[in-house]
Design a protein around this ligand. Structure first.
Ligand code: SAH
Length: 215
């Protein structure tokens, strides 16, 4: 049985202090990340590394984003209680769980079945209740749109127009765009067909894949 020991809690607190030094000031983000046991989302062999600021391997040759990136993307979204949030790339489920702890209503899509399945087991263990979908995040979730916020946790070659359509007016999308490395963008929908774009430095994500056979 996986447990959240005093050692893990201590390491997590150190991670939060570190995130503060990295410019994370949204206390709700820091509190949520202090609550979510990141080591639950990793293979037990990676347990000791879970609270370092590193991206680590998960199933299907994917990675869990590094804590500073999770904190940065979440902070950019200015998450409010009851925000309806769409996440593209459930992966381990860690980011999803952070959003749930902030009391957002989370809809998350993953294209690899083993990740989709293992994340759902962790959500019930940690008492998170996101709506989980298996499929291509490029299409978003038209049936559940519009969303207050959209977070893309894989690198998109270009901005997916379909996702912008699924934002509410006043809503925001945070997305890394680029092929080898990505620039983090925050797009705000200011009117039905008007968007404002801000850029926030370079990151490295696993690619957002399109039209590949789903597993
Ligand atoms: N938020 C995740 C990050 C995982 S890495 C976490 O906290 O662990 C990004 C994830 O995006 C991978 O699991 C990958 O399979 C998924 N992904 C890539 N392209 C996708 C697409 N088109 N639709 C849905 N998920 C996608």
């Amino acid at each position: 049985m996986i447990t959240d020991s005093f050692k893990h809690k201590g390491l997590r607190r150190q991670m939060i202090d570190y995130l503060r030094t990295k410019g994370i000031t949204d206390e709700r983000v820091l509190q949520a990340m202090n609550e979510v046991p990141r080591h639950f989302f990793l293979d037990s062999s990676l347990d000791v590394l879970a609270y370092q600021d590193r991206a680590l391997s998960i199933l299907c040759e994917q990675t869990i984003s590094q804590p500073s990136t999770v904190a940065f993307q979440t902070q950019l979204l200015n998450i409010q209680e009851d925000d309806k949030v769409l996440e593209i790339g459930t992966g381990s489920g860690y980011q999803t769980c952070v959003l749930c702890k902030m009391k957002a209503k989370v809809y998350t899509i993953e294209r690899y079945k083993p990740l989709h399945n293992s994340a759902q087991e962790l959500f019930s263990l940690l008492k998170c209740r996101p709506k989980c979908f298996f499929g291509d995040g490029y299409l978003g979730l038209p049936y559940y749109a519009p969303f207050d916020k959209i977070i893309v946790t894989c690198g998109a070659e270009k901005l997916p127009e379909v996702l912008l359509q699924q934002l509410k007016v006043g809503g925001m999308m945070v997305i890394p765009v680029g092929s080898d490395t990505q620039t983090m963008y925050r797009i705000t929908k200011t009117d039905e067909n008007t968007f404002e774009q801000e850029a926030f430095g370079d990151f490295k994500f696993v690619p957002m894949l399109q039209e590949k056979k789903f597993r």
